[in-house]
Design a protein around this ligand. Structure first.
Ligand code: UDP
Length: 348
C-alpha cells in the first residue's frame, strides 16, 4: 500500500507524506527521548510520527481539548510511544532523560480566540514556563512554536525576524499574539538566566491532512474545502484581497525538525513558512475548481484586526537550516482535499 495518498489512521510506514518528511531529514535521533507537547494536534501528531519513524522514544502530552486521539491512536500500542493526557499548565515531572522538547500545545484558530482566550494565554505562558522548567531540569533543547501572529498586521512585507511587530495588545487576536510574544520572552529569559537551549519557530499559515475543519473554528483552507465538498457557500471575509502564504505540512515538519535538533542554534528565532502568496479570493476560486464544486462565494464582514498581507522573509531559514518550502500550493491542496474527501465519503 505504500505510495498511496495520505490516509488518516494508517501506520506511518504507509504514508507518503511521512516518507517525504523523512527524506528531508538527514540527522538521526535514534534512541533519544523526545517530548511532544500538543502531540495529538495537527502538527504535533505529524511530529510524533516523524520521531517514531526515526526510532526515537516519544512522550506525547496532550489535554485533548483541541487535539484528537484519532491522530495518534495507531501509535498507542507501540513500545516506544507513551501518551499522557495532561494539561501543560499543570507542572509535570518525568523520569526518562529527555533530549528534546517540542511545544505545540495551544489552540491556534482565529475563530477560537473569542471562545477560549484565557486557555490560549495559559498554554503559551504558564504552559511554556512549565516546559522550560522541564527543559532546564533535563538539559534538553526546547523548541517553542511561535507564530507569524506575533508580527500582527505587519507593515514590512516580506517580514523578517527582525521586525518588531504591529500588534493590538487588547484586540480580539491579542490572546494569541501576546500569548506567543510572552512565550518567546520566557524562552529568552530561560536562555539568559538558566542557559536553556531554546529555539523559536515563527510558523506562518500551514495546512495539510489532519488540520481541524470543525465547524466555524477551522482555518481558512479546511473551511473552504469542507464548504466546497458540501456544496455550501464559500465564506470569504472582506473582499478577499487579504493575502496569506501557505506552507504544506511536509515542508513545515522538516523545518521544525531541523531547527529543534541541529547543533549550535541556541537562542535562534526563525521564520518558517511561505511558498506562494495568494489572495483569499483566489484561494477560494482554486478550491472550488479543484473540488469541482457548485459552491458560490459569499462575502462576509472582515474580522477586526485581520492582517492584510502575510508573507515571511525566509532568508534566515535558508541560511541556517538550508530550508525552503518545496511543495507547491496545487500539490498541497490536492492532498488536503483528498484527506477531507475521505471524511466526506465516509459520511455519505
Ligand atoms: N478567512 C475567510 N473565510 C473564512 C475563514 C478565514 O475569508 O471562512 C480569511 C481570514 O479572514 C484571513 C485568512 O482567511 O484573512 C486566513 O484565515 P485563518 O483563519 O486561516 O488564519 P489567519 O491567517 O488569519 O491566522
Amino acid at each position: 500500500m505504500s505510495g498511496v495518498a495520505p490516509q488518516k489512521y494508517l501506520p506511518y510506514e504507509y504514508c507518503r507524506d511521512i516518507q517525504e518528511i523523512i527524506a528531508g531529514i538527514d540527522n538521526t535521533i535514534s534512541g533519544d527521548t523526545v517530548l511532544v507537547a500538543g502531540g495529538a494536534g495537527f502538527l504535533g501528531s505529524w511530529m510524533c510520527e516523524t520521531l517514531l519513524r526515526l526510532n526515537a522514544n516519544v512522550i506525547c502530552l496532550d489535554n485533548l481539548v483541541s487535539g484528537k486521539i484519532e491522530n495518534i491512536q495507531h501509535h498507542l500500542n507501540y513500545p516506544n510511544f507513551t501518551f499522557l493526557q495532561h494539561d501543560i499548565t499543570d507542572p509535570i515531572s518525568l523520569h526518562a532523560p529527555i533530549k528534546h522538547i517540542f511545544h505545540f500545545a495551544s489552540r491556534a484558530g482565529p475563530l477560537e480566540f473569542k471562545k477560549h482566550p484565557i486557555e490560549i494565554l495559559r498554554s503559551n505562558t504558564l504552559g511554556t514556563l512549565n516546559l522550560l522548567d522541564l527543559a532546564r531540569k533535563h538539559n534538553a533543547t526546547m523548541l517553542f512554536t511561535s507564530t507569524s501572529e506575533i508580527y500582527g498586521d505587519a507593515k514590512e512585507i516580506p517580514t523578517p525576524e527582525t521586525y518588531y511587530g504591529h500588534v493590538n495588545p487588547v484586540g480580539p487576536r491579542s490572546c494569541y499574539d501576546e500569548g506567543k510574544r510572552c512565550g518567546e520572552a520566557m524562552c529568552m529569559a530561560y536562555a539568559v538566566q538558566y542557559d536553556v537551549d531554546v529555539r523559536i519557530a515563527r510558523i506562518f499559515n500551514t495546512y495539510g491532512p489532519r488540520i481541524r475543519a470543525d465547524g466555524i473554528y477551522g482555518r481558512v483552507i479546511p473551511r473552504f474545502i469542507t464548504q466546497a465538498l458540501l456544496g455550501e457557500s464559500i465564506t470569504v471575509f472582506g473582499d478577499g484581497s487579504q493575502t496569506r502564504s501557505f506552507c504544506y505540512l511536509n515542508d513545515m515538519l522538516i523545518g521544525l525538525f531541523r531547527l529543534a535538533t541541529a547543533s549550535d542554534l541556541r537562542g535562534e528565532v526563525v521564520n518558517l513558512g511561505g511558498g506562494t502568496e495568494i489572495t483569499i479570493l483566489d484561494l477560494a476560486t482554486a478550491i472550488i475548481t479543484m473540488t469541482k464544486s457548485d459552491s458560490y462565494i459569499q462575502f462576509l464582514p472582515l474580522p477586526e484586526d485581520d492582517p492584510k498581507r502575510r508573507r515571511p522573509d525566509i532568508q534566515k531559514a535558508q541560511k541556517l537550516l538550508r530550508w525552503e518550502p518545496k511543495v507547491g500550493l496545487a500539490r498541497g491542496l490536492e492532498r488536503t482535499i483528498h484527506y477531507f474527501q475521505q471524511d466526506h465519503d465516509e459520511q455519505n
